[in-house]
Design a protein around this ligand. Structure first.
Ligand SMILES: Nc1nc2c(c(=O)[nH]1)N[C@H]1C(S)=C(S)[C@@H](COP(=O)(O)OP(=O)(O)OC[C@H]3O[C@@H](n4cnc5c(=O)[nH]c(N)nc54)[C@H](O)[C@@H]3O)O[C@H]1N2
Ligand SMILES: Nc1nc2c(c(=O)[nH]1)N[C@H]1C(S)=C(S)[C@@H](COP(=O)(O)OP(=O)(O)OC[C@H]3O[C@@H](n4cnc5c(=O)[nH]c(N)nc54)[C@H](O)[C@@H]3O)O[C@H]1N2
Ligand code: SF4
Ligand SMILES: [Mo]
Length: 747
């Protein structure tokens, strides 16, 4: 007997609603949920493989605990006993900063990852915090923090209504979109064109997205900040500026960017000055337009400046905060909006990393600095001696995995919360495996704040927890207790503490719908089957659409959401300024100090030209970072770890399609088969990331049959965007040669 159940897909940022067919406890089929208020039936090959991802036989079923040097199966009690016994002495002897925490990308795709890591960090009090954000979007957070006073206030392009869209360093036809949650992103691009709109793609590769574009600008990697600065300069120079209201600093930006003329940047970007002028004029002339930048604009030496300039262009053309432009979503679990007015602003560099003195950003240190924070002693402070890795595989996703491998081996103690025994978790002393997604509840705390339409959805586990499994929410709650000296306490105490604190604060806030009420009385009203559900109920009821615990009877709460299994539509993105601003002035601060201070570095880049080849990345639709190569249905075909290079470069190197090519960078060397293609710019080569599954001691039986190579071994972790600490992953100088020959730089 089969049945169906709804499940929001956690496999990328698009958050499509799926209808799962379940036989017994096994997901046998997945299709798009046509009644989903947001995704309306869309599904991609990854979502269609939900059952295979879910049922991967290599997923760990029990905790593993290291005994006599070997990871062995253990009970949950044994595992948490081992965690407490391993971490507490380190904290007590060396202090909280000696325990590092690494949070990986899947935390934004699970309810547990949304609810517990903040409590874990606060409870530990460690400054040794590293996340996937600093190999990804940290530049956008820093830019938003400086512009709007809130690092999480990220404007999202209004895909459904815009007339003109500029995509910079983004390939949504493969990635399905990022920092822009939009099921069927490809369909939305086609709809834009069908309604007469214009699509511009700026990317050194002629990607599938670029092939859809009206204009494709094959920019030189790493030079987008120059290109965008020149576009802003043209807007000023030609009197095309009509800025968004609530903005200060427009004239100052004009002055600061004066010398970045199209002629000045053309050679560095390898884009003709006239083309840059046209890009700026078309942007200004469009009735509505949105500029949007992603990985290719963030993971570069001027990532924060490029991210800032994306918003500067939206602001100068009046497209920020207007329908058809780029707007701030309002999610159902956002805090109750406070009245507009000056805020506390955004501080950078409140502390620094111990070894290389990198400034913190958003409370984090660069993931690129993790290895040195473990393996390098300094006069001041303790190195990281113990590590908690939650949904993180930095051995493959961060620079110089070989060094990190050794560093992780040298730790006093390490815990991984991970479903796989992989390149990173193999170093752990305790591995705590979460259940597969079919057995987990789902709500998108993160992506609803980045969605192209306001909406809210929640799906309960589609399949009951298998005997012996523990919900990831409970795993993280118990982990918090074990590492903060409360080992063995009831995990529900963690949720209760958060609820008490949140309600206690809400009743004191004058703008809160529950101002002046009794927190105990509010807590008693919460519904839900367990702690995480009660927390979701609380957030919904306190939130901008919530019932305010009775203050707005028609408003949202968990019960109402459960009564709408396909979700509740909350309408299109709407203008919200000045309310989201938390800058000291209460206005958008267009030329923040740290940005102005970084402009001389961009000026110096006007004269820079790479001497040889530069490396960029790429993604494949049937893959996801480092952890989906173990699913046979999602591997093979064009989803391979090959080195893309232009036919002319191949000829100069004497490389033919399929030949092994040695690639050497500052951090090491790898050999990958050549895939000769004119879809890439001359002088640029591309390798995908997340490969390199050939390390011993892992349990990835399919992935290890076609392991690929770890592109991040080419990096040494020293190339960073200085403002954000973000790794430079694109535009990296490399040398290439046929595998048999000696390496020579190509000039
Ligand atoms: N060269 C290069 N490097 C890159 C990038 C690039 O473009 N180029 N991209 C970067 C980006 S954008 C990112 S986000 C990072 C990602 O970096 P990471 O977050 O380190 O890597 P992931 O492969 O996303 O997955 C991390 C781990 O989560 C585990 N996992 C999967 N599902 C779950 C779950 O439900 N719960 C738990 N607890 N764990 C789970 C996986 O088994 C895996 O070990 O990589 C970055 N690295
Ligand atoms: N299928 C699939 N989907 C994914 C992921 C995945 O691994 N696979 N990962 C998820 C994650 S964690 C993220 S963060 C998102 C990322 O989402 P996207 O940013 O859309 O991801 P990419 O496909 O890496 O697109 C980046 C593009 O930037 C281009 N590029 C490289 N360097 C430069 C440059 O200097 N300038 C410009 N203008 N372009 C440049 C590359 O050629 C590439 O086409 O995708 C998410 N979705
Ligand atoms: S687009 Fe993303 S969310 Fe939608 S089905 Fe595919 S992987 Fe899942
Ligand atoms: Mo990412």
């Amino acid at each position: 007997m089969s049945r169906t159940a709804l499940r929001i897909c956690p496999l990328c940022e698009a958050t499509c609603g799926l209808t799962l067919t379940i036989e017994g406890t096994r997901v046998t089929h997945a299709r798009g949920d046509r009644d989903d208020v947001f995704s309306k039936g869309f599904i991609c090959p990854k979502g269609a493989s939900f059952g295979a991802v879910d049922a991967d036989p290599d997923r760990l079923r029990t905790p593993l605990v290291r005994r006599d040097g070997e990871l062995r199966e253990a009970t949950w009690d044994e595992a948490f006993d081992a965690v407490a016994a391993g971490i507490r002495p380190v904290v007590e002897r060396y202090g909280p900063h000696s325990v590092g925490v690494v949070l990986g990308n899947p935390n934004v795709h699970t309810m547990a990852g949304g609810l517990y890591p903040p409590v874990l960090l606060a409870g530990l009090g460690t400054r040794s915090v590293f996340t996937a954000s600093t190999v990804d979007q940290m530049p956008k957070h820093v830019s938003s923090g400086l512009l709007y006073g809130d690092a999480n206030a990220i404007p999202v392009p209004d895909l459904d209504h815009t007339d003109h869209l500029i995509l910079i360093g983004a390939n949504p036809l493969e990635s399905n979109g990022s920092l822009c949650t939009a099921p069927d992103f490809p369909g939305k691009l086609k709809a834009l064109k069908a309604r007469g709109g214009t699509l511009v793609v700026i990317d050194p590769r002629r990607t599938r997205t670029a092939k859809l574009a009206d204009r494709h600008i094959a920019v030189r990697p790493g030079t987008d900040a120059l290109l965008l600065a020149a576009m802003a300069q043209v807007l000023h120079d030609e009197g095309l500026v009509e800025p968004t209201p609530h903005v200060q600093g427009v004239d100052e930006v004009a002055e600061a960017l004066r010398e970045f003329t199209p002629e000045a940047v053309a050679e560095a970007c390898d884009v003709e000055a006239d083309v840059i002028r046209v890009l700026a004029r078309e942007l200004a002339a469009a009735p509505t337009a949105a500029v949007y930048g992603r990985i290719g604009s963030c993971t570069v030496p001027h990532g924060t400046l490029a991210s800032w300039l994306v918003d500067v262009l939206n602001i100068l053309t009046g497209n920020l905060d207007r329908p058809g432009g780029a707007l701030f979503p309002q999610a159902a679990t956002d805090r109750t909006p406070r009245p507009a007015g000056p805020g506390r602003g955004f501080a950078l560099g409140r502390w620094h990393s111990r070894v290389s003195r990198h400034p913190e950003a958003k409370g984090e240190l660069p993931l690129s600095a993790l290895a040195e924070e473990i393996d390098t002693a300094t006069e001041e402070g303790e190195p990281v001696r113990a590590l908690l890795a939650v949904a993180a595989n930095p051995v493959l996703s961060a620079p110089d995995g070989d060094r990190l491998d050794k560093a992780l081996d040298s730790l006093d103690f390490m815990v991984s919360v991970d479903p796989y025994l992989n390149e990173t978790s193999r170093h752990a002393d305790v591995v705590l495996p979460p259940p597969p997604p079919s057995q987990s509840p789902h709500h998108d705390f993160a992506f609803n704040t980045l969605a192209v339409r306001n909406q809210v959805r929640y799906t309960r586990p589609a399949v009951p927890l298998e005997p012996g499994r523990m919900a990831e929410t409970e795993i993280l709650a118990r982990l918090i207790l074990a590492v903060t000296g409360m080992h063995g306490a009831d995990p529900g105490a963690v949720d209760q503490m958060v609820i008490d604190q949140t309600l206690g604060k809400a009743v004191r806030e004058p703008h809160s719908p529950v101002h002046g009420r009794d927190p105990g009385e509010l807590a008693a009203q919460l519904t839900g089957d367990n702690g995480p559900e009660r927390r979701l109920d609380m957030m919904l009821r306190l939130g901008p659409y919530g019932d305010g615990f009775g203050a707005r009877p028609d408003g949202l709460g968990l019960e109402k959401l459960l009564a709408h299994p396909h979700g509740i539509d909350l309408g299109p993105l709407r203008p919200r300024l000045p309310q989201p601003l938390k800058t000291g002035s209460g206005q958008v601060e267009l030329l923040p100090g740290p940005i102005a201070d970084d402009l001389p570095r961009l000026r110096a880049a006007l004269a820079e030209r790479p001497e040889g080849l530069v490396l960029i990345g790429r993604r494949h639709l049937r893959s996801n970072n480092s952890w989906m190569h173990n699913v046979p249905a999602l591997t093979g075909g064009s989803n391979r770890c090959t080195l893309h290079l232009h036919p002319e470069d191949a000829e100069r190197l004497g490389v033919r399609d399929g030949d092994p090519v040695r690639v050497k960078g500052a951090g090491g060397e790898v050999t990958a088969p050549a895939e000769v293609t004119d879809a890439i710019r001359r002088g640029v080569v591309s390798l995908p990331h997340g490969w390199g599954h050939d390390r011993p001691g892992t349990r990835l039986s399919h992935a290890s049959t076609d392991p690929g190579v770890n592109v991040n071994q080419l990096l040494d972790g020293r190339m960073l965007d200085p403002l954000s600490g973000n790794a430079v992953l694109n535009g990296v100088p490399v040398e290439c040669a046929p595998a048999a020959e000696k390496l020579v730089p190509l000039t």
